[in-house]
Ligand binder design. Structure first.
Ligand code: FES
Length: 108
């Protein structure tokens, strides 16, 4: 059994050269919201869920992006309602959110 049941990483990378990046697409707010919701739901900690910051995950064209392990499910999202759905369905319920999955061909 792994230390965390689910581990979600949010790219918070900021680019200053005009290229697409997660920081310009609300990634910090989404990260903060996710962390707060996981804590409020009592899911945080060993045996539960860990929410972490990450640098560039090299899938910037889909910004903002996050990835959930151990499944390796990649998401792109728009607002806090999307984050709420990831928390409730995937991180609490173990059911990935199909409509928010990042298309497999999306890269940098
Ligand atoms: S800037 Fe977020 S994946 Fe590259």
């Amino acid at each position: 059994m792994s230390y965390y049941r689910h581990h979600i990483f949010f790219c918070l990378n900021q680019r200053d050269n005009g290229q697409a990046c997660c920081a310009q697409q609300g990634a910090q707010a989404a990260f903060d919201h996710c962390k707060a919701q996981v804590k409020a739901a009592g899911l945080a900690g060993p045996g539960g869920v860990r929410v972490n910051k990450a640098g560039c995950l090299d899938r910037c064209a889909g910004a903002p992006v996050a990835v959930v392990y151990p499944e390796g499910t990649w998401y792109t999202f728009v607002d806090t309602a999307d984050i709420d759905e990831i928390v409730e369905s995937h991180l609490r319920g173990g059911r990935p959110v199909e409509r928010l999955k990042l298309a497999p061909e999306v890269g940098r």
